[in-house]
Ligand binder design. Sequence first.
Ligand SMILES: O=C([O-])CC(=O)C(=O)O
Length: 314
Amino acid sequence: MLGSGRRRLFSALLQVQKRPCQPSRDMRLVQFQTPHLEQPHLGLEAGIGGGVIDLNTFDPTLPKTMMQFLEQGETTLSVARRALATQLPVLCRSQVTFLAPVTRPDKVVCVGMNYADHCKEQNVRVPKEPIIFSKFSSSIVGPYDEIILPPESEEVDWEVELAVVIGKKGKHIKATDAMAHVAGFTVAHDVSARDWQMRRNGKQWLLGKTFDTFCPLGPALVTRDSIADPHNLKICCRVNGEVVQSSNTNQMVFKTEELIAWVSQFVTLYPGDIILTGTPPGVGVFRKPPVFLKKGDEVQCEIEEIGVIVNKVV
Ligand SMILES: O=C([O-])CC(=O)C(=O)O
């Protein structure tokens, strides 16, 4: 169903495997751990599916967390740019464990009903203003971590989403200035317990959206200037290999700029804050009959140019 996008991903993976020492020119920032490191390091992923360049070895004065890296703005970004332009050793992917590209941000802001056909599949009007909710940052896990089915829910569902990572603090940001506040983009899975979201807790969405492990992210924070057009990317979710969601970010009702302008009227956005921009149609709860995740399932969420996260349900 993803056709040429999938073919491009596979050929990119093959190329990376053939030339493991050739970093891509795109800036793909990651947080990773190896058995030899005392604490996680910052790195650059050498293309989709490629190995990792250790930024903290390249420059030991760099901070070791993405939050601190983003807070320092242009100073740290220019070091990463220098690393990208230098021939550096690349750690094999099998040697590293990827963490979420951002851990413990101040906020995970989420947008509901932001794809017109996701509204259609549940018979609701396309919203005139963005619908905002949130997840606690404790729900964030890495790109290949497990999603734990909580015993409190029997209706856990999938939702692939494009995530925006904020790079610069701001309040009342104008839409025309919004992209200057974006560090980059990553892939998110807005795992959702429908029973808690739709029927329990006074129908407040929070609890259903924020169980531990309900926000896999990654693998990389792909910087803004590395993506040709964030609003024209194929986006897809597969469960056990079967495509369940397949769309394009050009179907989003409110794009990144409008979302940042909207949200920053209410709250200050800080470096590291994450905005999940909503999911396309094809979620399990609106299937006839509904389908939910079960132990042993594997969910792959993929966005063109950004990458794929793979999370087993346990
Ligand atoms: O369908 C929902 O649960 C709301 C939501 O997260 C989305 O539209 O992306």
